[in-house]
Write a protein that binds this ligand. Structure first.
Ligand code: ATP
Ligand code: MG
Length: 598
C-alpha cells in the first residue's frame, strides 16, 4: 500500500502551453512526466510505475516466443558502415566521438548489432530458429519531436529479431510475433487494428503495423467497414469510379492553348470547363537515391497524376528506391522540364528509359493509364495542351500507384466505400529478408553442408506509445483512466476527511483489505479537502476509486469506476469482493470492445 501523503505526485491544474494532444497535457498534469528538452522526458513515480507494468506484460508475452538480451546503446560507426546505414540514417542518428576520435552512434534500432552476434556465433542450421529480443532505450533525432511521449528522441522499445533457415521458418517467426503482439495489446487494454504496411526500400516482403485509432496519431489508416480490409495510407490501394471522358475538340489531337495566368488547377479546370479528374497534375521532385557506398545522388522525378489526386511520397520513394525527396527548385524545373511551375506536363519530355538512368524519371500514376482527352501543362509559361492521351502523346519511365487513397473510393477487395482515419502506431512486424545477413556476411551450414544466409525478421513495440495510446483512448476534461493492467495503481482509496478518526481507520482498513485481495492500492491520506482529492483521483489515470466518507459510519463505502463514472455502494466488510466483481465486469466489456480488431 502506498500513502499519497508521502509520495511525490505533482499534479497541475494547467497543461503546458505548447501541449496539443490529450495525452501530452494529461501526462504532465497528472505528474507522470516532466520535460527536460525537446523530445526528452523524465518519468516520475506514476509514469514509471505504468511503464513498468507495460514492460512486464511485454516481457511475459515475449518470453513465450523468444530470449531476452540487452544490447548497448553505444554503437561503433564501422558496424553501421557495413550495412550502409551510417550514411542512409542521415540526421536521424545521434553521433559522437570518443576520446580517441573514434566515431560512435546512439542506437536507433539494433539490426546491425544483432546480426553481428549472429554472424559470430551461429554456425549451423541446427541452431536455428532463434528469436532474440530486448527492452531497451532507443535514440532518434526526430525532425519534429512532438505531442509529449508520442514522438520523442529517447524512448523505450521492445525490439526483436528472428533468424531462420528459410522462408517457411521466417513465416513461422512472423506469425509467432503477430500472435504475441495481439496478446500484448489486448492485455494492455488497447482497441487496436492490424494493418498492412509499406515494407520500405529495405527489400522486405511482408509488413504489418498495429495501430490505435486516435486523432492524435500521425498515420492515416484506410479501412473497409464491409470486408475488413485495412492498410496504412502508404500502402493502401483503392478502386476508382469510372470517369466520363471529355469530348475531344478539333481533330482530337493535342492542341496548344494560350492560358495566361492559369497556373492553379482550379483556374485551369474553370478555363477549360473540365473536372479536375481530366486534368494532369505534375509534381516535380529531386529524389535522393543512394548510389554505391551510400553516397547521395539526387535524381529528377516528375510525378503525373489526376488533378484531384495527391502524391503519396512514400509510394513514390519506393518506386524510385529513394531515401528522401524534396521539391524541385525553379532552376531545376527549367533544367529538367523546361517550364515553370503551374505549366508542367508530360508531353515531349526527354525521359529516363529506366529508373534513375540520369534523365527525368517520369512516373505516371495508374489512375491516368488508359485515359484520354486530358489537359496538361505545355512546359511553357501561359500554355496548356488539350486532347492529350497517355501512350499516344507521351510515354513514361514507369506506371505505378503513387497516389493517396481518399475516403469514399472503392475497397480494393470488395469495392465498398473506404474510410480514412488517423491512428498511432504502437507496433510493427516486418519480414526483413536477407538484407543484413547478406551485407554483413552471416552464414550457417545447412543440412547438406552448404553455406547459406539466414533469413531475418524484425519486430518493434513502442513502450511509451502504448501508454500514450491508452490515454488518448480514455480521457475527458477532468483527466484520464488507464486499463487496470497498465495503470500505476488499480484503485485509489479516498478518505474524505482525515481529521475524522473513524474515517481514517476505516480508510486504512479498506486499503488493507483491498491489498490483501491483490489490488495495488493508493491510499489518499492527505490533509486536503475532499473536492481536491476527488479532482486529483479523476486526473491521474487510476481506474477505480473507493470513497471512504460519511457512509463509513454505517459500514459502507462507494466504488466508482473512473471510465464511466458509474457508482456502487459496498459494505466495508466485503469491499474487496465487490471491487473484484465490479472490475471483472468492466474487463469483460473491455475484451468485447477490443475484439473489433482485424
Ligand atoms: P513512426 O512511423 O511512428 O516514426 P517507425 O516506423 O519509425 O515509427 P519503428 O522503427 O518500426 O517505428 O519502431 C518500432 C516502434 O517504436 C514503433 O511502432 C513505435 O511504437 C515506436 N517508436 C518509433 N519511433 C518513436 C518515437 N520517436 N517516439 C516514441 N516511440 C517511437
Ligand atoms: Mg520513425
Amino acid at each position: 500500500m502506498h500513502f499519497w501523503s508521502k509520495l511525490f505526485i505533482p499534479t497541475l491544474r494547467e497543461a503546458p502551453a505548447d501541449a496539443e494532444v490529450a495525452s501530452h497535457k494529461l501526462l504532465v498534469r497528472a505528474g507522470y512526466i516532466r520535460q527536460l528538452g525537446a523530445g526528452i522526458y523524465s518519468y516520475l513515480f506514476l509514469g514509471q510505475r505504468s511503464i513498468n507494468r507495460i514492460i512486464a506484460i511485454v516481457r511475459e508475452e515475449m518470453d513465450r516466443i523468444g530470449q531476452e538480451f540487452l544490447l548497448p546503446a553505444l554503437h561503433p560507426a564501422d558496424l553501421w558502415r557495413e550495412s550502409g546505414r551510417w550514411t542512409t540514417m542521415g540526421d536521424n542518428m545521434f553521433r559522437l566521438e570518443d576520446r580517441k576520435g573514434a566515431e560512435l552512434g546512439l542506437g536507433m534500432t539494433h539490426e546491425e548489432v544483432m546480426t553481428d552476434i549472429a554472424r559470430r556465433e551461429l554456425r549451423s542450421y541446427k541452431q536455428l530458429p532463434q528469436i532474440w529480443y530486448q527492452i531497451q532505450t532507443k535514440f532518434r533525432d526526430e525532425p519534429r519531436p512532438r505531442s509529449g511521449l508520442l514522438r520523442v528522441r529517447q524512448f523505450i522499445m521492445k525490439d526483436s529479431y528472428s533468424f531462420d533457415l528459410d522462408q517457411a521458418g521466417l513465416d513461422r517467426s512472423y506469425d509467432l510475433h503477430d500472435q504475441a503482439y495481439r496478446n500484448i495489446f489486448t492485455r494492455c487494454g488497447l482497441r487496436f487494428i492490424a494493418v498492412e504496411a509499406h515494407s520500405g526500400a529495405m527489400g522486405g516482403s511482408q509488413s504489418q503495423e498495429f495501430m490505435v485509432y486516435t486523432g492524435a496519431g500521425e498515420d492515416l489508416i484506410v479501412s473497409c467497414p464491409k470486408c475488413g480490409y485495412a492498410a496504412n495510407m502508404e500502402k493502401a490501394a483503392s478502386r476508382l469510379a469510372p470517369v466520363q471522358e471529355m469530348e475531344p475538340t478539333g481533330d482530337g489531337m493535342p492542341e496548344l492553348v494560350s492560358t495566361p495566368g492559369k497556373a492553379a488547377i482550379a483556374d485551369v479546370t474553370e478555363f477549360f470547363r473540365i473536372r479536375a479528374s481530366s486534368d494532369i497534375k505534375c509534381v516535380a521532385y529531386m529524389a535522393d537515391v543512394p548510389g554505391p557506398e551510400g553516397k547521395p545522388s539526387w535524381q529528377p522525378a516528375a510525378a503525373f497524376l489526376r488533378g484531384d489526386h495527391s502524391v503519396n511520397e512514400t509510394k513514390l520513394m519506393s518506386v524510385l528506391g529513394a531515401t528522401d525527396l524534396r521539391p524541385m527548385q525553379a532552376e531545376e524545373l527549367e533544367k529538367w522540364l523546361h517550364g515553370p511551375a503551374g505549366y508542367l506536363g508530360p508531353v515531349g519530355l526527354d525521359r529516363a528509359e529506366k529508373i534513375n538512368d540520369g534523365k527525368v524519371n517520369v512516373i505516371l500514376d495508374k489512375g491516368l493509364n488508359d485515359r484520354r482527352n486530358l489537359v496538361c501543362g505545355a512546359n511553357k509559361l501561359d500554355y496548356h495542351y488539350r486532347n492529350v492521351a497517355p501512350g499516344r502523346d507521351f510515354g513514361w519511365t514507369v506506371v505505378a500507384d503513387i497516389r493517396d487513397v481518399a475516403e469514399g473510393e472503392g475497397c480494393p477487395q470488395c469495392g465498398q466505400p473506404l474510410k480514412v482515419a488517423r491512428a498511432v502506431e504502437v507496433g510493427h512486424i516486418f519480414k526483413l529478408g536477407y538484407r543484413y545477413t547478406e551485407s554483413m556476411g552471416a552464414r550457417v551450414l545447412d543440412a547438406s553442408g552448404r553455406e547459406v544466409k539466414p533469413i531475418m525478421g524484425c519486430y518493434g513495440v513502442g513502450i511509451e506509445r502504448i501508454l500514450t495510446a491508452a490515454i488518448e483512448q480514455g480521457n475527458d476534461a477532468n483527466g484520464f483512466w488507464l486499463p487496470r493492467s497498465i495503470a500505476p495503481f488499480d484503485v485509489v482509496v479516498t478518505v474524505t476527511n482525515m481529521a475524522d478518526e473513524a474515517l481514517r481507520s476505516a480508510g486504512r482498513q479498506v486499503a488493507a483489505d483491498l491489498e490483501a485481495a491483490g489490488f495495488d492500492v493508493l491510499l489518499d491520506d492527505r490533509d486536503e479537502r475532499a473536492g481536491v482529492k476527488f479532482k486529483d483521483a479523476d486526473l491521474i489515470g487510476i481506474p477505480y476509486r473507493v470513497t471512504v466518507g460519511r457512509k463509513a459510519a454505517e459500514g459502507s463505502v462507494e466504488l466508482v469506476e473512473r471510465a464511466t463514472g458509474s457508482m456502487r455502494v459496498a459494505a466495508i466488510v466485503q469491499v474487496a469482493a465487490d471491487l473484484q466483481a465490479f472490475s471483472a465486469a468492466q474487463q469483460l466489456a473491455g475484451i468485447e470492445s477490443a475484439s473489433g480488431t482485424v
